[in-house]
Design a protein. Structure first.
Length: 391
């Protein structure tokens, strides 16, 4: 992978401070996501039999990371289908229920009492007539959570999430690795990519991350919004994961780096206008796949009255989307936006692991410089209390 910064910024003091604070988190083992590449290797040989679909019952950090990986690789590797029951939307749920034929269910909740997840789970139990001891029903939760106690009562297999791993940082734990392993994915390659990026960072070989973190944190009042332009439809779920990661981690104590996720080239036809002629005050990250490994071409056809489009005739669609990324990037650099670029040479399991660890460490580094608790979410908890009082 390549990481490019198109803005000139150097703050050695802030970069050193961010590195030392993140290193302290890593060495103390108080924040567990750093160690998941080793911790989750134990899941590499798991085998699940006699099912056609992997069905995830979970929301937010219990589903978004897994969904992002699945969406990136589902058309590249011969794996089983995944279905995500996330939102308590009755139309969405009934539609997805009709697609489920021979499922392996994973109920995922770190706290073990997420209201959306448990409500959907109750409907799944009734709709699919699940019983105690069901072999096609697995639980992923914190040790000693109410959901684990339920699993013990029902004689169900349980996979635990380390208590020092927050939900939005949990994709490399059992939360993501166990269901993905059930689809047939080689999770060792994902974990290797994450581990090797982490190791390079702590060997001070990924200085670009510290420069970016320092710039974001020290200029958050000037640039309170980070826009991700991800140039591939298969990156849609990843940008949703990034929005949760940044939003829930970096919006506290009157400070924020607001995440906004877009897909190129689709959103060039909407949001780009705002960027080019709006108020500015945003940092912009371009995420692209250099080699799609797909030679699909634009036919060399001359259509009457549409001759102005002929300049792309015969080119691959890969070239078109990547040249659009380059043109948009250059236009925004010319408008003096702080722009950076993350480039995946190809979409591989290794690169996906690296990308996940990059964003998680970046989030920790920014949070450390904002002097906030990157890992809690008190604003979310208040809404849960209000909801309970409405029933």
């Amino acid at each position: 992978m390549e990481y490019k910064l198109y803005f000139d910024y150097e703050n050695k003091k802030a970069q050193k401070e961010a590195y030392e604070r993140v290193l302290k988190e890593y060495e103390s083992q108080e924040i567990g996501y750093y160690h998941l590449p080793e911790h989750s290797k134990k899941f590499k040989n798991l085998k699940f039999k006699n099912f056609e679909e992997v069905v995830i019952i979970g929301i937010g950090g219990s589903s978004l990371g897994t969904k992002s990986i699945y969406e990136m690789i589902k058309n590249k590797y011969p794996i089983k289908k995944m279905i995500f029951l996330e939102n308590p939307d009755p139309i969405d749920l009934e539609t997805k229920f009709s697609q489920i034929k021979n499922p392996l269910f994973f109920v995922i909740s770190k706290s073990g009492k997420t209201i959306e997840t448990i409500s959907i789970f109750k409907k799944v139990i009734k709709h699919f007539n699940l019983q105690k001891g069901a072999k096609n029903l697995k639980i992923i939760t914190d040790p000693s959570s109410p959901l684990e106690k339920f699993a013990i009562e029902w004689d169900l297999e349980v996979f635990n999430i380390p208590k020092n791993v927050g939900g939005r940082f949990s994709v490399l734990s059992a939360v993501g690795m166990v269901p993905l392993r059930a689809t047939g994915i080689d999770i060792t390659k994902i974990l290797q990519g994450a581990k090797e990026f982490r190791d390079r960072f702590f060997e001070k070989k990924e200085e670009h991350l510290l420069k970016k973190a320092a710039f974001y944190a020290r200029n958050y009042k000037i640039y309170p919004v980070n826009v991700m332009f991800a140039y591939s439809t298969i990156l849609n779920a990843f940008k949703e994961w990034y929005v949760q990661l940044f939003g829930e981690s970096l919006g506290k104590n009157g400070k924020e780096i607001m995440p906004v996720g877009h897909i190129g080239s689709i959103d060039q036809h909407s949001f780009l206008q705002l960027l080019m002629e709006g108020m500015g005050h945003k940092t912009i990250t371009f995420l692209k796949i250099q080699d799609f490994e797909n030679p699909l071409k634009i036919p060399n056809i001359n259509l009457p009255f549409l001759e102005e489009t002929n300049f792309v005739n015969g080119a691959t669609f890969e070239k078109l989307i990547n040249k659009e990324e380059e043109a948009t990037k250059e236009a925004l650099i010319a408008k003096e936006y702080p722009v950076d670029e993350v480039i995946l040479e190809k979409l591989t399991l290794y690169n996906i692991g690296e990308l996940i660890m990059y964003y998680e460490i970046l989030t920790s580094a920014i949070g450390s410089l904002l002097d906030i608790n990157t890992y809690n979410q008190p604003g979310v908890e208040i809404g849960k209390v209000i909801l309970k009082n409405k029933f």
